[in-house]
Every structure is written in C-alpha cells, then in structure tokens.
Write a protein that binds this ligand. Structure first.
Ligand SMILES: Cc1cc2nc3c(=O)[nH]c(=O)nc-3n(C[C@H](O)[C@H](O)[C@H](O)COP(=O)(O)OP(=O)(O)OC[C@H]3O[C@@H](n4cnc5c(N)ncnc54)[C@H](O)[C@@H]3O)c2cc1C
Length: 382
C-alpha cells in the first residue's frame, strides 16, 4: 500500500487547505444562513475542488482518495466547508451512479458549479436506521408522472436546498418498492421546516402533499431507490471517517501546546505520565483511523469492493473522534466547555457523525453481514 500523494494530489490538498484557512480567517462558525452556505460553496467552486468527485470523462465516479483528502483538510481547518462539500456530494453521487445522460447533463453542472444547493432525502420520523421502512409514497398518475405525499425528516439543507433526491414508496416490497425522485425544491407545494441542531448545520423537514413529479425525474429505474441510497452511502461513508480524522487532528493540534503551557502542581501538564499516555492513545487512534479510511479509499480507487472497509472506517473514525474530543476537553479543564471555545465547537460538530449516514450500530450490522459472507465464501476470515 502506498498512501503517498502524487504531485497533483499534493497541489489539490494545498488548495483545499488554503481555501479552508481563508474561510476560517473570516470565522462565521455558527452561521447557518443561505448566504454563508453560498459563500462557502463559491469558495469551493472557485478552487475547482469538486473536480475529483467525477471521473475524467465527467460522467463516472472520481477518485476516493482525493475526496478523503478534501474532507480531512476542510474538517481540520473549517468544518462547515466539509459540510458544504459533503452535502453537494450527497446530491452529486446518485446522479453519477444512476442518472441517465439527460439527467446528468441537466443537473450535474449546476450542482458542481454551485448554482444549485443539493440534498438527499431518505430519513423519515419512523424510518431511520431501518431505512427501507419508509412510508412517504409516490402514486402513479395517468400521464406517467407521480404524486409525492409524506414527510421527510432530518434532511440536511432542507431549509435552503434547491434540489433533493427524494426516496419514496412506489410498491409493496420493503426494498424493491422504493424509488428515487429528483425534486425541484423551489417549486411551490413543499413545506420546509427548520430543525435547530447544536452543530452549525442547516437541517429540517420536507413535507409533500400530492406534489407532482414528472416521469423524467425518476432516478434510475422505478424500484431501484433503495439500491441507489445504499450504493451512494457506501461511497460516501469513508468521507465521514475523513471528516472525523480532520476534526480529531484539530483537537490534538490545539491541546498539545496547552499541555506544555499549563502549569499544575508546579509542573506543566505534559510532564505527567497520565497526560502523556492520553496523548499517545489519542494519536494512535487518529493514525489507526487514518489507515482504515485511506485503505478503504485505496481499495475503491483500485477497483476493489470495499463495503466492509467503508463501514469500519466510518464507525471507527467517528467513535474515536468523539472519544478524542472528550479527552481533549477533559485536559483543557473548564476552558474546554466555554461556549464557542475551540474544543466546544469541535465537540458539537463531531457528535452527530456517529449518527448520520448510518449509526454506529448500523455500521456493525453491515460489518457483521459482510464478515459472515466472507467466511462462507472463503472458509476463513481474511
Ligand atoms: C446531523 C444530521 C444530518 C442528517 N442528514 C440527513 C440527510 O441529509 N438525509 C437523510 O436522509 N437523513 C439524514 N439524517 C438522518 C440520519 O441518517 C438518521 O438520524 C440515522 O439514520 C438514524 O436514524 P434515527 O435518528 O431515526 O435513529 P433510530 O433508527 O431510531 O435509532 C435510534 C438508536 O437505536 C439504534 N438502533 C436502531 N436499530 C437497531 C438495531 N436493529 N440494533 C441495534 N441498535 C439499533 C441506533 O443505532 C440508534 O442508536 C441526518 C441526521 C443527523 C443527526
């Protein structure tokens, strides 16, 4: 395995870091407005930073490793930029995987050049981890179109987005009865409710009541919706791991000088073995997470299946990042719980990462399923 960055990857990473640091200098951390989202989106677009999401032909999936690099660096220096990057990617990836050429031509350019804010609407109030139990329904009309009725909940960008991939029931079968629809959220008839999270994260509900969707707006074939959702999340999960690594590094970068400067019982905190061991554990967690995430990206970029790696990377990196934030905050004493202090902000950002795009329990279900399959096929685990 070689995780050395090529010259062009190095140049890409440098631009990501530059953009993130420039955004950090303006520091609008808790700003959830559409104007802030657009300003961050414009900075990403100006740097051509979405380019690696797409293959060179502009139609297929790009290189995972570059995406990982971007998400890690954005999260380290300006986590909101990672959120914007990831949200656009959540709308772009399903098109790359299942869009027909007209759909790709119509929707990919505006998502990539920042003219449309995207989103991915799968979850409902009673359908979270058990994602195929959704009840939002799409009824066929005489002209071949659909009428969408139901409520999507916990949808990132719901209050500000222009375009959503909405998953709805078109048949009885739990999984094969789900289809994906391209929905223009600026058309009238959709109710959008905001939910305020602890982290800066525009999110909310989308409510449809007999909302008309043209037959040309079905993504993939009717009945492929669940497959589209799972395939897209499989690709995006290691990116959440990279987000967790960037956040963890930012916490450690911050706490190292503090342990050297803070005197307690006449000595710097860094002289105490209990503190040294905590730091050693934290860095080992970061490097282990890095191996899992990079290995997953490397497998995908080498054309290998990486479902088990994707779930392990997401689960491990996000769980460890939460532990790291807990430990860094503990070392920082009272300062770490002051509202808007560096660690308090990072703690708010990282907590939901173990919940969205499949909770830690859901990742364990995927890992166990893959492990069992591997054992059946190989006669032993790899
Ligand atoms: C910040 C944020 C952004 C999000 N953005 C989006 C988005 O853009 N689009 C979208 O569609 N959704 C989004 N979500 C929703 C997210 O995907 C769901 O919250 C997630 O899938 C979990 O569903 P739930 O919250 O309903 O929890 P539940 O499914 O109700 O789970 C509750 C708890 O029970 C556990 N659990 C459930 N089933 C089992 C089981 N069989 N065995 C063991 N434990 C189990 C879960 O792991 C969890 O700990 C977002 C959520 C957050 C927090």
């Amino acid at each position: 395995l070689d995780f050395t960055l090529s010259e062009s990857q190095e140049a890409y990473k440098r631009t990501v870091v530059e953009v993130a640091k420039k955004l950090r200098a303006n520091n609008h951390f808790d700003e959830e407005s559409i104007e802030h989202y657009k300003a961050v989106l414009d900075s990403i677009v100006e740097g051509n930073l979405f380019d690696p999401l797409l293959a060179e032909d502009g139609e297929g999936i790009g290189k995972s490793f570059a995406v990982i690099t971007a998400r890690e660096s954005f999260s380290r220096y300006y986590p909101f930029a990672d959120f914007v990057f990831a949200e656009q990617a959540l709308a772009i990836i399903p098109f790359l995987l299942f869009g027909n050429s007209e759909q790709k031509q119509e929707f990919l350019p505006p998502l990539i050049n920042g003219n449309l804010i995207g989103g991915f609407a799968l979850t409902e109030e009673t359908s979270g981890s058990d994602a195929s139990s959704l009840s939002c329904k799409a009824e066929k009309t005489d002209d071949g179109g659909y009428l969408l009725t139901g409520k999507k909940m916990w949808i990132s960008n719901a209050p500000i987005g222009d375009l959503f991939i909405v998953f709805a029931r078109t048949g009885e079968d739990k999984r094969k009865g789900v289809s994906a629809f391209i929905v223009d959220a600026n058309e009238s008839g959709i109710i959008k409710n905001t939910i305020h999270l602890a982290a800066p994260h525009p999110i909310g509900e989308l409510i449809f009541d007999h909302f008309k969707v043209d037959s040309s707006r079905v993504l993939g074939a009717e009945g492929e919706g669940f497959k589209i959702a799972m395939a897209s999340l499989d690709i995006l999960r290691p990116g959440v791991g990279a987000h967790a690594i960037g956040t963890s590094k930012s916490a450690l970068d911050y706490i190292i000088p503090f342990t050297q400067e803070r005197i307690s019982f006449n000595q710097p905190l860094s002289s105490y073995q209990s503190i040294q061991f905590k730091m050693a554990d934290m860095y080992t967690k970061i490097r282990t997470a890095q191996w899992l995430v990079y290995h997953c990206a490397w497998k995908r970029d080498s054309g290998m299946k990486s479902t088990i790696e994707s779930s392990m990377a997401k689960m491990y990196a996000t769980e460890k990042a939460n532990e790291i934030l807990y430990d860094c905050t503990q070392i920082n004493g009272a300062r770490g719980v002051v509202k808007d202090s560096h660690l308090e902000k990072l703690s708010r950002v990282i907590r939901p990462a173990s919940i969205y795009e499949g909770t830690t329990d859901v990742q364990k279900m995927v890992i166990h399923r893959q492990l069992t399959k591997m054992f059946e096929e190989e006669g032993e685990i790899l």
